[in-house]
Design a protein around this ligand. Structure first.
Ligand SMILES: [Fe+2]
Length: 136
């Protein structure tokens, strides 16, 4: 599987969010670049745990930022984040059970979801911060 290729189009115009998104992309790429991980259950669980914890911290930071600046589409963001939590929990569960193809489905989901989320959903707040010059 090809890694996510970070490029300037991923910038949502808020440096703190860009840094966190880059960390998430890096963690996903590390998983994609570790083909032996499926056989090393402990290392796999550790990596998935790290990624889901970091994602959760990021969601809370992003929601707090958007809430604090009165962003009008906060609920849409929160709903997206909820959907991620729901789906990642199911996929991690399948992977932990050792279901065939589980890790591949999980990595495909992570890659597709985060690429779409940053480029489409998070990008919706870029003009909001540009217009208000609220960017922290
Ligand atoms: Fe988001």
């Amino acid at each position: 599987m090809e890694p996510i290729e970070w490029n300037p189009n991923f910038s949502v115009g808020v440096p703190s969010m860009d840094r966190q998104h880059l960390t998430i992309v890096t963690l996903i790429n590390e998983l994609i670049g570790s083909p032996d991980l499926e056989a090393d259950t402990d290392a796999l669980h550790l990596a998935l745990d790290q990624l889901t914890r970091y994602s959760e911290d990021h969601f809370l930071a992003e929601e707090a930022l958007l809430e604090g600046t009165g962003y009008p589409e906060l609920l849409r963001q929160k709903e997206e984040h909820r959907e991620f939590r729901r789906r990642i929990a199911l996929l991690c569960h399948d992977t932990a059970l050792g279901k065939p193809g589980g890790l591949n489905r999980l990595l495909t989901f992570l890659k597709d979801w985060w690429t779409h989320h940053i480029l489409v959903e998070d990008m919706r707040y870029r003009p909001y911060f540009e217009n208000q010059e609220l960017s922290p």
